[in-house]
Design a protein around this ligand. Structure first.
Ligand SMILES: [Ca+2]
Ligand SMILES: [Ca+2]
Length: 193
C-alpha cells in the first residue's frame, strides 16, 4: 500500500544535498572574507607607503644626516651613484627577483610566512628597529594580519667621492590571506642638502 511521507533514504539524500549546499555557501563566505581582508591589507600598505615617503621628504636634511650617520651600511650602500646610470637599486643578493633595496627578507620572501620577524640585516628601519622620531608606524594590524614597513638607506656620492645626499627605499608588505604569499608596494625618496 502506498504511503505518503519520506523514506529514510529520501531524508538521507535531502540531508546530503543540504550539507553540500551549506559547504558551498560557507566556502563562499570564507573566500569573501579572505578577499576583503586582502583588499584592506593592500590599501593599508599603500597608505603606509604614502605616509613614509611623505615623512622622509618632510624631514630637515640635517636630521636625515644625523640619524643615518652611524649606520653600518651593508651592500656597498655607503657609496652609490644616485645618477641615472646606477645599479645599486637593482642588485639582488638573495636572487629572489626583488631588488634588495626594496626587499625586507634575506631569501625567498614567500618562505618567511612562518618567520615574519626575521627581517633582512640590510634594513635601516623595521618594526624591530625604528631610528626615526615621531614617525608614522612601521607596523599596522589589519584584522588578523600585519602590514609592515621596512626602510633601506644609501649614501649618494659624486665622482669626486663627496657625500651629496641620501636615498631611501621604502617597502610596505603583508602576506595575503588568500594564499599566504608575500605582497608589497615600494617607493624611493631622494634627499639632497
Ligand atoms: Ca632580493
Ligand atoms: Ca628576499
Amino acid at each position: 500500500m502506498y504511503k505518503k511521507g519520506f523514506t529514510l533514504i529520501e531524508l538521507l539524500v535531502a540531508f546530503l544535498i543540504l550539507t553540500f549546499i551549506m559547504i558551498g555557501f560557507l566556502r563562499g563566505v570564507l573566500t569573501y572574507i579572505q578577499f576583503s581582508l586582502h583588499t584592506r591589507l593592500k590599501d593599508q600598505a599603500s597608505i603606509l607607503l604614502g605616509q613614509w615617503t611623505g615623512y622622509l621628504n618632510s624631514l630637515p636634511y640635517q636630521t636625515i644626516q644625523a640619524i643615518t650617520q652611524n649606520f653600518n651600511y651593508p651592500n656597498g650602500w655607503n657609496n652609490v651613484n644616485c645618477g641615472v646610470n646606477t645599479s645599486f637599486e637593482t642588485a639582488d643578493a638573495d636572487a629572489d627577483g626583488i631588488p634588495d633595496f626594496y626587499d625586507p627578507y634575506n631569501g625567498n620572501n614567500n618562505n618567511f610566512f612562518n618567520n615574519q620577524q626575521n627581517f633582512a640585516p640590510w634594513l635601516f628601519a623595521s618594526p624591530r628597529n625604528n631610528p626615526f622620531l615621531n614617525s608614522p608606524p612601521l607596523q599596522v594590524q589589519v584584522g588578523s594580519r600585519l602590514v609592515r614597513v621596512g626602510i633601506t638607506v644609501a649614501i649618494c656620492r659624486n665622482q669626486q667621492n663627496a657625500d651629496v645626499g641620501r636615498v631611501f627605499g621604502v617597502v610596505a608588505w603583508y602576506f595575503s590571506p588568500i594564499d599566504n604569499r608575500y605582497r608589497s608596494v615600494n617607493g624611493i625618496v631622494v634627499r639632497a642638502p
